[in-house]
Design a protein around this ligand. Structure first.
Ligand SMILES: *Cc1c(COP(=O)(O)O)cnc(C)c1O
Length: 397
């Protein structure tokens, strides 16, 4: 299916059909090419492929047909020219930084990033002379004030984890353009089904495919999407030599995920909205964080910037840690795990898990209290999710 066929298709259609390349067997669904290397008809053909004067597969660290189908499909869904599949979400972020930054460069990033991303920036990239300044996600003036002549990259997740705060991506992209720096968006929480950062002016999108793109908690993978110069040439060039490539089997699983992504994100959002509304009226709940609620400070921005409000709901229970832990321990169906973006609803206590290594001051600054719980709302019947939470909550009233 060539690119010209996919012009004008919606995200759901692209998720089902973009990037498919049928073999002469005329299979309907995508095959898995479990091969590490590829053969040539002659010495001259091998030479031409190695010299890149002739296109074609050489080795699955460089290219693989199943991985390429995933890359073309996700690129089409995000509206990017090029996509590179990676071994994990973290290797997507690492590869982006290694390919596009030099020693001495500076990153401005939102303070409420995924924990490993903070560690990557602070503990690893810093050893190669790349420094990072963290700013409050929604504070555009703080972003602008943190930019120095050495800044090359703004890095952001929106909505944030776990408090579902947003930044106005169009305005942040405007600041990036004005200062000649690139804007990189980790689009893990929304996926292209709900938010397309490139269309809002971002330069690159990174993904943890492990989450909603897989959607059923099975495989670890990631991706970088953007223009053909930076992603197609530079990020792919880094991957080719450094090696954190996506496995063909995982690419095949993610392709199945992309086919149902639009439907699943809608269903996650419906369940999340119902759960958030119910929690907001519960006497043992002090506050609910969900962009779909009218009480959310950035509800209007979320409605404009996103096509839906997503599947992550957080809430503060009355009292502190003991009460929050009691709600977790009273569940029988919900999975007690920090993972998210799964058909199975998960519950976690951020202050002692995902944010457990932060200092008390850092947690307080980030608004992560001892009574906070985060739910990644799955695809079970929402009444069963409510009942599982109600058991613990009713004891706190
Ligand atoms: C999980 C996650 C990552 C890291 O992805 P892995 O696939 O686990 O390496 C990056 N960003 C966000 C927002 C995530 O939730």
């Amino acid at each position: 299916m060539s690119d010209s066929d996919s012009q004008g298709w919606g995200t759901a259609t692209l998720g089902v059909r973009a990037g498919q390349q049928r073999t002469p067997e005329q299979e309907h669904a995508e095959p898995i090419f479990t091969t590490s290397s590829f053969t040539y008809g002659s010495a001259a053909e091998a030479a031409a492929k190695f010299a890149e004067t002739e296109p074609g597969n050489i080795y699955s660290r460089f290219t693989n047909p199943t991985v390429r189908t995933f890359e073309e499909r996700l690129a089409a869904m995000e509206g990017g020219e090029a996509c590179v599949g990676t071994a994990s979400g973290m290797s997507a972020i690492l590869s982006t930084c290694m390919a596009l930054l030099d020693g001495g460069d500076h990153i401005v990033a939102s303070a409420s990033l995924f924990g490993s991303t903070v560690s990557l920036f602070n503990n690893h990239l810093s050893r190669f002379g790349v420094s990072t300044t963290f700013v409050p996600l929604a504070d555009l003036a703080a972003w602008e004030a943190a930019i120095t002549p050495r800044t090359r990259m703004l890095f952001v997740e929106t909505p944030s984890n776990p408090l579902t705060e947003l930044v106005d991506l169009e305005r942040l992209a405007g600041i990036a353009r004005e200062h000649g720096v690139m804007l990189v968006v980790d689009n893990c929480f929304c996926t292209p089904a709900l938010q397309r950062p490139l269309a809002l002016g971002a330069d690159l999108v990174v993904h943890s495919a492990t989450k909603y793109l897989d959607g059923q908690g099975r495989c670890v993978g990631g991706a970088v999407v953007g223009d053909s110069e930076r992603v197609g040439k530079k990020v792919r060039g880094f991957l080719r030599n450094a090696g954190p490539c996506m496995s063909p089997f995982n690419a095949w699983v993610f392709l199945k995920g992309l086919e149902t992504l639009a439907v699943r994100m809608r269903a996650h959002g419906e369940n999340a909205a119902a759960l958030a509304g119910w929690l907001e009226t519960h006497p043992a709940v002090e506050r609910v964080y969900y962009p779909g609620l009218e009480s959310h400070a950035q509800h209007v921005l979320a409605a404009r910037q996103q096509r839906g409000f997503g599947g992550i709901v957080s809430f503060d229970v009355v009292g502190g840690r003991d009460n929050a832990w009691a709600v977790v321990d009273a569940t029988r169906m919900l999975s007690i795990t920090a993972n998210l973006g799964d058909t199975r609803t998960t519950i976690t206590h951020p202050a002692t898990t995902t944010h457990g290594r932060n200092t008390d001051d850092q947690r307080r600054a980030a608004g992560i209290g001892e009574g906070l719980l985060r739910i990644s709302v799955g695809l079970e019947d929402v009444d069963d999710i409510k009942n599982d939470l109600a058991r613990g909550l009713q004891r706190l009233e």
